[in-house]
Design a protein around this ligand. Structure first.
Ligand SMILES: Nc1nc2c(ncn2[C@@H]2O[C@H](COP(=O)(O)OP(=O)(O)O)[C@@H](O)[C@H]2O)c(=O)[nH]1
Ligand SMILES: [Mg+2]
Length: 345
C-alpha cells in the first residue's frame, strides 16, 4: 500500500496527473484517487484546498509517505516555493520532482530547470530527490513515474515494517455515521499494528472505544500494519465525538500549549514574543501565542531564520501528541506561511 501526495505550482498539471494515477474517490479539502491491482494499492492525494488552506497541504502530506512536487516549464512560483519549505520543515524524506508539461518545453530547458532546482534545494529535505520530465499529454515519463513510485513504495514499506511493533496509533481524517453500523472513521495507522477488538482512546478527548471491524480498500481484514489506510467501524463512541485530527491510541500527551525546541527555516520570516502562530502536529492544528523565546537559556524577543530556539506556545484548543512527533509552525498572515519545525521538550 503506497500513499502519495501531489503538490506544487498552480496549473502545473497536479489534478490531471492524479486522475491518471487512480480513480477519483473521496473529496473534502483533499481529493483521494485510488488504484488497486493484485496486491498493490496506490492512494494518490491532491491537496485541492491548498494554496488557500495550509491545513489541506499538511493533512495531505501527513497522510502520505511520498510526495510528487510538480514544477512546470515556467519554473518556481510562490506556491511551489512554499511547498519546498513545507516539505523541508516536515522533513519529507521520500519524493520526486516532476518536471511537468514537458511537451511544452525542450530537453535543454528542462535540464537547466533541473539544475536550478537542485541548487535551490541543497541542504533541504529535497536534496536527494529524483527528477523526472513528464507529460500527461505526450505521456513522456508516465511509465517511469509509475516505476519510480513502485520502487520508492517498496523502500517505504520496508521502513514501515520496522514500526509494526510500536504502540498503535491511528490518525483520523474523516468520521461519519453509517446507518446500521454506527461510527465509521477513515484514517492511517501511523505506527504499530491495529487489530479488530482493540480497545483504545480517542484523543484529545480520551473517549474510550473499541475497534469493531477494519477494512483496507473495502476489504475486511483482521489487522492492519503501520502505513495502512483504513476504514474502521467503532464501538462505544459516536461519530460526533471523533473528528479530523483525532488520534486513536492508548497513550498521548494532551495539552493546550507546548514547549518546542524549534528550528526556523532559512527562508522564513522572523517571529516575536506575543505573535499568534498556527501549529500543526499530525492532522491537528491550533492557533497559539508565542509566550517566550529562549536562545542558550537567555530570553530573546525575536526568533531569526535558520536558528534553533526553545519556544513556549500557548492556546486554548486541546491537542494530543507523542514525544517524537514533529510539529510545524506557520504564520497564516505571512506571504510564505511556513516558518519552523520543532519537537516537544
Ligand atoms: N500541455 C500540457 N498541458 C497539461 C498537462 N497536464 C495538464 N495540462 C493542462 O494544464 C492545465 C492545468 O492542469 P491541472 O491538472 O488542473 O493543474 P493543477 O492546477 O496543478 O491541478 C489544464 O488546462 C490541463 O489540461 C501536460 O502534461 N501537458
Ligand atoms: Mg488542481
Amino acid at each position: 500500500m503506497t500513499k502519495i501526495t501531489i503538490i506544487g505550482s498552480e496549473k502545473s498539471g497536479k489534478t490531471t496527473l492524479a486522475g491518471k494515477l487512480g480513480k477519483k474517490g473521496n473529496v473534502t479539502d483533499i481529493t483521494m484517487y485510488d488504484y488497486a491491482k493484485n496486491d498493490s494499492i496506490l492512494t494518490t492525494i491532491d491537496a485541492t484546498g491548498y494554496p488557500v488552506s495550509v491545513k489541506s497541504l499538511v493533512t495531505a502530506l501527513n497522510l502520505s509517505d511520498i510526495a510528487i512536487l510538480c514544477i512546470p516549464p515556467e519554473g518556481l512560483d510562490p506556491v511551489s516555493a512554499e511547498c519546498i519549505i513545507a516539505l523541508d520543515l516536515l522533513g519529507y524524506k521520500h519524493g520526486i520532482v516532476a518536471l511537468t508539461k514537458s511537451d511544452t518545453s525542450y530537453p535543454f530547458a528542462l535540464d537547466e530547470l533541473k539544475e536550478k532546482l537542485q541548487k535551490i534545494t541543497v541542504g533541504t529535505a529535497l536534496e536527494n530527490w529524483e527528477y523526472l520530465p513528464m507529460s500527461t499529454t505526450s505521456f513522456e515519463g508516465m511509465e517511469e513515474l509509475k516505476e519510480m513510485i513502485a520502487t520508492m513504495g517498496e523502500k517505504v514499506d520496508a521502513e514501515l515494517r520496522e514500526m509494526d511493533s510500536m504502540p498503535t496509533r491511528v490518525l483520523i481524517d474523516q468520521s461519519f455515521n453509517v446507518t446500521g453500523i454506527g461510527c465509521v472513521v477513515l484514517g492511517v495507522v501511523s505506527q504499530g499494528t491495529l487489530n479488530a477488538k482493540d480497545k483504545m482512546l480517542a484523543y484529545p478527548t480520551k473517549k474510550p472505544l473499541e475497534v469493531r471491524s477494519i477494512q483496507m480498500h473495502d476489504v475486511d481484514v483482521k489487522s492492519a500494519p503501520t502505513g495502512a489506510r483504513v476504514g474502521l467501524a467503532l464501538k462505544s463512541i459516536q461519530s460526533k465525538d471523533v473528528d479530523r485530527g483525532f488520534v486513536l491510541s492508548e497513550d498521548e500527551i494532551v495539552s493546550t500549549g507546548v514547549i518546542l525546541e524549534s528550528t526556523l527555516s532559512q527562508l522564513a520570516k522572523p517571529f516575536a514574543v506575543a505573535d499568534m502562530l498556527h501549529i500543526y502536529v499530525g492532522l491537528q492544528s491550533a492557533p497559539m501565542r508565542v509566550e517566550s523565546i529562549t536562545l542558550n537559556g537567555e530570553n530573546v524577543e525575536k526568533a531569526e531564520p535558520g536558528k534553533t530556539y526553545v519556544v513556549e506556545l500557548s492556546g486554548t484548543k486541546e491537542i494530543s501528541y507523542s514525544k517524537n512527533d514533529r510539529f510545524v509552525l506557520t504564520n497564516l498572515d505571512g506571504k510564505q506561511r511556513f516558518i519552523a519545525f520543532g519537537y516537544s521538550q
